[in-house]
Each structure stands twice: as C-alpha cells, then as structure tokens.
Design a protein around this ligand. Structure first.
Ligand SMILES: Cc1cc2nc3c(=O)[nH]c(=O)nc-3n(C[C@H](O)[C@H](O)[C@H](O)COP(=O)(O)OP(=O)(O)OC[C@H]3O[C@@H](n4cnc5c(N)ncnc54)[C@H](O)[C@@H]3O)c2cc1C
Length: 535
C-alpha cells in the first residue's frame, strides 16, 4: 500500500509568517469588489500583511450588487475558516449553514443500476474501503461481473443517505473531510464584519475606470464620487465585470464555451422542513441540471442551462415544475454566466480573484476553492519575495492548470451522459472538444487500464483526486454492458461486499443523526491528516 495525498495538489492552509517587514514595494492594497471573493481575499491578505504595516482597502459599488448565489462548497472552505481561527460554532449559525458530505447526481446516466450515484467527500475511513473500490472498478472495466457502483464503498455516502452530520462522536477517530452549504449573502456579511474587525478599510464607491502608469501597470482607480485612489497592488474582485484585469489591462480571455455549453441559470428558494439533508442534489433536467442545496432556513434551488438550447422562460417553467412550485409566488432570479478564464490571473500589479478571473459552472461547487487557492498562493509568492516575471508566469501556469483540471472533470459528467432525450444531451455526448489529457484518460479506461498514474501526473490531477475520477466514471456506469460481463476470477472476486456493508453499517452509528443540529457544531478537534492511504 502506498500513500497518496487526498488531493494531488495541496490547498491546506499554510502557516503564514507575520514577522518581518512587508514585502518590498507593498504598502497599499486596494481590492475592488465586496462579494465573497473580495472579502475572502481581504481576510487572507489581512492575515499575512496588516500586522506588517500594509494598508488594505476594499472598494464596493453602492449600486452594483453581488451575484448572491454560490451556496455550496468543497471541503477546502473548512481550511479557510480554520486558518483564520474562526469556529464553525460562530460562522455556521450566522450563515444558516449546513454540513455537506458530497453530491448526489440523479438522472445523468440511464445505464441500468447507474441512474444515480453519490460523489463523496473523502474520509479517513475510506482507507479501509478504497482499495476494494478501485479493485472492483478495474475488474469490472475488464469485464468481470463484480459490484462496482461507488455508493456502497464510502462512509460519506451512508451519512448523506441517512441525513447525518459528518462529525463523529468523540470516541470514534474517523473524521470526514466535509464541505458546507450556506446563505451566500449572509456569508458575505459575516466575512465583511470579520475583515473590518481585523483592520481592512471598507470604502463604498463606484469605480469608473483605472489609470495606467507608463509601464502599463495600474497606478490608481477613479470613482464616480470623484476620487482617485492609488495603490501598489490592485485586486480585481469585481465579478463578471472584470473591471481591472480585462477592462483596464486587456488581459486575454480563454472561453470554455466549446467544452461546457451552459451559460445561464435561474434560481428559486423553497421551504425546508423536517430533518435537514447533509448533501447537495444535482438532478439532470432537459437542458442542464438543477441544484438543491439545504440551508437551515430554506432550500436554495437553481437550474443551470444552455441558452443555445432553452429560453430563460422555459428554464424557469421547467424548474418550477421540477420543484412543484408552479403556482408559488416566489420570484425567480435569472443570471448569465461566462465560462472560461483569463490568460493571466496575476498581470502586472493586478491580481484577479473570483468571477473576474474566470468561472467554471457550479456543478461541483468549486468557485470558492479557486478564490481561496488564488489568494493563498499569492500570499505564498509574496512571502518568498517572488514577484518578478518568472513568478508571474509560474503563478499563472498553476492557476490555469487548476482551472483546466476542474473543467475536464466537469466536462466528463456531460460527455459520459446517456440520456439522449434532448438535442442538448445528445450534443454533449457527441462533443469532441476534449483536452488531450481527457482523451488519454478515456482511452486508458476503455482499454481496462488503471487511470491512477495518468491522473496523478497530468493537469487533470490538479483539479480532482484519483478517487473522484473513479467515483465519476464508475458512478456513471462506464463499464461493459451487463450481458457482456463474465464471471469473475477468484482474484477479481476477492473482496466481499457484505464485509464492507457491515463495516459501514457499524461505523455510521458513530455520527449524529441530525445533519446540522447546533449541538453537532462542536469546537474544532485535532485536524485529520490529509494523507489518505488509497492504494
Ligand atoms: C448560478 C451560479 C451558481 C453558483 N454556485 C456556486 C456554488 O455552489 N459554489 C461556489 O463555490 N460558487 C458558486 N458560484 C460562484 C460564486 O457565486 C462566486 O464565485 C462567488 O460568489 C464570488 O463572486 P465574486 O465575489 O467574484 O463576484 P460578485 O459576487 O459578483 O461581486 C462583485 C463585487 O464587485 C463590485 N463591483 C462591481 N462593479 C463595481 C464597480 N464599478 N465599482 C466598485 N465595485 C464594483 C460589486 O458591488 C460586488 O461587490 C455560482 C455562480 C453562479 C453564477
């Protein structure tokens, strides 16, 4: 058994050295935008810079609102709060937050037995079942009739199915690396309060344009209120407007529209009652998919679709039907999305963070992770005094690889669909705009070979860990058809599913039965190691 890092690319909070002088030439930072990206970045920069005399000011337009969606996270958000010393018991109730063990995908595949599957967040208990899962999947790709649906192998799946919290009792040492659901507006307000308390200046004003210096960097921004605000570093958190990185610096934009067709969304809340679930549900509809995110106060719902195939009115009607809200008075919010990324996330003295740097549709709720990763990595570069052109290039290569790794993981959900009920799903299945890495991965899988080394070495490994790729491909049922399967050899059939069921049945009772009851929100325990023994 070898040790594999859970995520091939680590985002764990790095200890920041607060001592010593501020990085050379950095006295004043201006962040434009007060959405989640602006405030998360403000907190990450404040932790590293304010004690060393750097002034951080966040400018926010009084007339342009935040996007106000984005209510699911990956487990990395836990690292964000932990690194700032903010307890779950403080922020979760303030943001109506719930725990998230992973995502159920419903209706993406029509292959018998694979009509739905759960993409679990990892747990330390997975060390006891991962080997069996990967073994069975690889046997089944090679034609053996063994059980290989991911749903019976992981504790997070059991927790979600029984609406439990991923918080084991004190005596049970297997932590689950969980994410969260939260109210986006409340999260923004919470982060703003924290950032201001930690010394970030908040200045409401509408930025009209940037003034460039002779070397093409940004010298200052001008506001509608008549001010000119100078800084050494500008952080563009202005959302899809991309005021600084694109409008001022003309950084090229790389569209992913040929890979991912969805470009719009419609969102609607619905009431929540009873026992709150601990998972997001993503249900494939006619021209996209619907999210269902449980908060303590409501469900957040939305339909992400492609305007090439469906009008906003039809999308809203289909979503209302799906939710049983045809006659409800609740107004829907319609949003446009731009899918792709800028070529340089750090260009001259401007760092783009959040929707301004790019966006991949929210299927796996990865946008906050990009924000956290971009700001944290930038601080690491600052700490190393690494600010030259080579550093810019290295930073941008890393960010681009991360975007592309995640893009390819999301593309695979669409590429492997078998619905065929609408032109939208047929076009997705037939789409040949695939990266070379993705083509290689599919070829290995179809040839019955392990994809683990490939994922680890290639850009796709920057987005998702190996086990997520196995969960996705196996969950969608990418195996030889049932009639073509043969009896397994003794080696292929060496793992007994009843033993795995038994282990997980016994384990699940060590997690509390209510997903988000306040008593489950306990002070932080010793952090679990991110090193997970996979295979
Ligand atoms: C449909 C949808 C669903 C999503 N779901 C998820 C999810 O589940 N999980 C996830 O992680 N992410 C999700 N996201 C992405 C997530 O919403 C964003 O990444 C996150 O909210 C950060 O947005 P932002 O701060 O970059 O931009 P915004 O929230 O748009 O904030 C932009 C800020 O810039 C300011 N601004 C704009 N123009 C000016 C100006 N001229 N002068 C001064 N200030 C200005 C605005 O006032 C605002 O404060 C989703 C996105 C969409 C579209």
């Amino acid at each position: 058994m070898t040790t594999a890092t859970l995520f091939n690319y680590s985002y764990s909070p790095t200890p920041v050295r607060h001592s010593g002088p501020a990085p050379a030439g950095l006295r004043r930072v201006v962040i434009v935008g007060g959405g989640t990206a602006g405030w998360m970045t403000a907190l990450i920069l404040a932790r590293a810079l304010i004690d060393r005399g750097v002034e951080i000011t966040l400018l926010e337009s009084p007339t342009v609102g935040i996007i106000g969606v984005g209510e699911g996270s990956t487990p990395w958000l836990r690292g964000f709060f932990d690194s700032l010393g903010i307890e779950e018991s403080e922020w979760m109730p303030a943001c109506h937050a719930t725990y998230k063990c992973g995502i159920t995908f419903e209706g993406w595949s029509t292959r018998p037995g694979f009509e739905k599957y759960f993409h679990p967040f990892a747990s330390m208990l997975d060390n006891l079942t991962m080997r069996q899962f990967v073994h069975n999947v690889e046997a089944r790709i090679n034609g053996a009739d063994v059980y290989a649906h991911p749903d019976r192998f992981f504790i997070a799946t059991r927790l979600a199915a029984s609406r439990r919290a991923p918080k084991p009792h004190e005596s049970f040492p297997f932590d689950v690396w969980h994410g969260y659901h939260f109210d986006a507006v409340l999260l923004g307000q919470f982060l703003q309060k924290k950032a201001v308390a930690r010394g970030v200046h908040y200045h409401p004003c509408h930025v009209t344009h940037a003034n460039l210096a002779e070397d093409g960097s940004i010298a200052s921004v001008a506001t509608r209120e008549g001010e000119t605000i100078a800084a050494d570093l500008f952080v563009d958190c202005s959302g899809f407007a991309a005021l600084l990185i694109e409008k001022a610096l003309h950084t090229p934009y790389v569209s992913f529209a040929n890979n991912l067709f969805n470009d719009a969304a419609v969102a609607l809340p619905s009431p929540i009652d009873g026992r709150i679930p601990s998972q997001t549900v993503s249900t494939a509809l006619q021209h996209g998919w619907a999210w269902k995110i449980p908060l303590t106060s409501r469900y957040g719902n939305g339909y992400v679709y492609s305007t090439q195939f469906c009008s906003p009115d039809s999308a809203e009607e289909e979503l209302r039907q799906h939710l049983g809200l045809m006659d409800a008075e609740v107004p829907a919010r319609h949003l446009k999305m731009r899918i792709g990324r800028v070529a340089q996330h750090w260009n001259k003295n401007c760092l783009a963070v959040g929707l301004s740097q790019g966006f991949i549709e929210p299927l796996e709720a990865t946008a906050l992770l990009f924000i956290q990763q971009t700001a944290t990595t930038f601080v690491e570069f600052l700490e190393q005094g690494d600010l030259g052109e080579a550093a810019h290039a290295r930073f941008n290569d890393m960010a681009n690889a991360h975007f592309e790794g995640i893009r390819d993981y999301i593309v695979t959900h669409y590429k492997t669909n078998t619905r065929g009920d609408t032109e939208y799903w047929r076009a997705n299945a037939a789409n040949l705009n695939l990266s070379d890495d993705l083509k290689k991965l599919y070829s290995l899988w179809m040839a019955g070979k392990s994809i683990a080394p490939g994922v680890g070495q290639q850009v796709i490994g920057r987005g998702y860990p190996v086990f997520s790729w196995y969960a996705l491909m196996a969950g969608m049922g990418i195996f030889p058809d049932q009639p073509a399967l043969r009896a397994p050899t003794a080696q292929e059939a060496r793992y007994n599913m009843a033993e795995i069921d038994n282990l997980l049945d016994r384990s699940v009772t060590n997690y509390p039965p209510h997903a988000t009851a306040l008593e489950n929100i306990a002070p932080r325990r010793t952090e679990p190691s991110l090193q997970i023994y996979f295979w």
